[in-house]
Design a protein around this ligand. Sequence first.
Ligand code: ATP
Ligand code: MG
Length: 579
Amino acid sequence: MRYSKLFLPTLKEAPAEAEIVSHRLMLRAGMIRRLSSGLYSYLPIGLRSLMKVEKIVREEMGRAGAQEVLLPMVQPAELWQESGRWDRYGKELLRLKDRHGRDYCLGPTHEEVITDLVRREVRSYKDLPLNLYQIHTKFRDEIRPRFGLMRSREFVMKDAYSFDVDDEALEITYQAMYGAYCRIFERCGLDFRPVEADTGSIGGHASHEFMVLAETGEDQIACCTQCSYAANVELAPALGLTAYSCADEEDMRRVHTPGKRSVEEVIAFLNVSPSSLVKTLVFICKNGPIVALVRGDHSINEVKLKRLVGIEDVALADSATVVSATGCEPGFAGPVGLAGRTRIIADNALKTLKNFVVGANEPDWHLLGVNWGRDLPWPEFADIRFITPDDPCPRCGGRVELKRGIEVGHVFKLGTKYSEALHAVYIDDSGKERPIVMGCYGIGIGRTVAAAVEQNHDSLGIVFPAPIAPFDCVISIVDMTDDAMSFVGERICSELEAKGVDCLLDDRRERPGVKFKDADLIGIPIRVTVGRRLREDGRVEIKVRASGESVFLSVDDAADEVFKMLKDICSSRRVCSFK
Ligand code: ATP
Ligand code: MG
C-alpha cells in the first residue's frame, strides 16, 4: 500500500472530545472519526486493525468448533416479549417501528434471535452440541457513550451462542470457549486477566470477564497476590471482619451537627474515625424502599444488593423518597426507629461494631454511642459492600490487590434461561423432551483495539502489538526525488509483500521528520528507512517501534531480517490456562 494514495488523515493535536489516551491516539492516527455521539466511522487503518482482530477471532473460534453465521440486526419485538426482555432491558434497547406500525429493536445482543433459529431446526440430541457465532454490529443506546470505541453506541461484537444437552456438556463447551478467549487475547498481544464476573441482566449461572489491565479501565478487579483468584469487584466477596470489641456500651446521645452531611464532614466535626460511622443509604425498588447500612470507610456495592433482593431495578432513592422512608433528608437519615417500617440490610462488617455514629433522622443532628440490640433491633446482615485491600482473598485468605481493567470479552453459562422462555427443546436418547442448555460468549472487537492502544503507547504515539497493527512494516523513502532510494524502497516492499508482510510504502514528497513522526504515531512495529546511508554504504536502517533499537543492513538482507523480526515479535506470547 502506498502512503501517497492512502486515506490517512493524521492530526497534530487531538480533538477536545477525547478524554483518554487511546481515544486521542486513534483520532490523531487517523483510525476513526466521530459521526455523532457514540457513532464512529472506521478509516482504512482503523478498519485494518479491526479486521486483524477479527481474523484471530475467526481462527480461534473455528479451532474451538464454532461456526460462523450472520443474524439480522433489526429484531422483532415479539421475540423479546417472549423472553420477557422487551420490558426489562431498559433504555439501552433502541426500539423502532416499521411502516406497518410493528415494533422492532436494534440488536444489543442476539440471544433471542439465535434461540429462535435453533428451536426451529434442532430436534434431537443428535443435532447437539452446536456453537454458532457472528461478527456483527450491535447497537446499545448507552447513557454515557465515551472514550471512542471503548464505549460507543454502535460497535462491532463477536457473539457466540452454544447449545448443549446438559450442564456437563455445557461445562466442556465453556472451557473450550475460555481457552479460545485466552488464545485470542494472547495472540492480540494483550496483558489480560480472566476474572469471575456478575451475570448481570443477561442472567445465568456463571461467567468470566476478560480484562485488559489498564489504569483508565472502567472496571475494577480484585486479584490475589498469592493464588490465581481474580474477580470483578462487583462480585468479589468482602470477608474481612473486625473482632468483637470489648469496649463498654456508651450511652446513646444526640449531637448537633449543623450542615454536616457527608462522611468527611461528620467525622471531622465529631473527631471520630470513618469506621465508627454508619452510612444510611435509601434505595428504591418495585417492592418499596430498602435501607442499606455500610461503614463510613466502605462503599455500597449495588450489584450485590440487587442480587440479594433478587430485583434488577434497584436504584438510589431521590431526596423525596428518602424523606418519606426515614422522615428526614439525605445526610441525616439513620436506622434508629426505622425497624418495622422498611427493610433494613446492614453490611456484615457492621456486626462487630459498637458505639457507632448514625444520622438522627432529624436535620442537623446525629446520634453517637449507638449499639445493636439496645438502641435498634439487630438487622438483617449481608455482604453488600465492595471488597477492599484489607479484606482477605476469598479463596486462600491471602492478600488482595485492586487493579483497573477494560472488559474486552465475557463468557456466560446461561443454562436454560432462554431455551425455557422460548421453548427451545430437544428429544433426548430416551425420547424425553428437554430444554437446550445454553452459553453465550462476547468479544468487543473495537474495544479490543482501543484497549490495545490504551495498554501500548508512548510519548510518540501508539506502539501496536504486532499481530493487530494496521501494517507490519513501514518503508520510509527519505527523498522521493532520489531514484536509487525509490527503487530500493519499492524493491524491499515487494520482497516483503511476497512473504505475506503487510507493508506501507511511504512514498510521499514530505520531509523525513514528517514521515518518521507519522510512522511512530500510527505505531507500525517495524520501520525500514531508505535514506542517506544507502548512498554512503548501500545500507538501510531497520528500527523496532517498541524498543527503539535499530540495525543497519544491506539491501539484500533487509526483507529477510524484517520477516524474522516480525516472527520473533509475534511468537513471544504468554501462556494462560483454565482456572
Ligand atoms: P459493559 O459492562 O462494559 O457495559 P457489557 O457487560 O454490557 O459491557 P456484554 O454484554 O458482556 O457487555 O458484551 C460483550 C462485549 O461487548 C463486552 O465484553 C465488550 O467488550 C463489548 N461491549 C459491550 N458494550 C460495549 C460498548 N458500548 N462499546 C464497545 N464495546 C462494548
Ligand atoms: Mg459484560
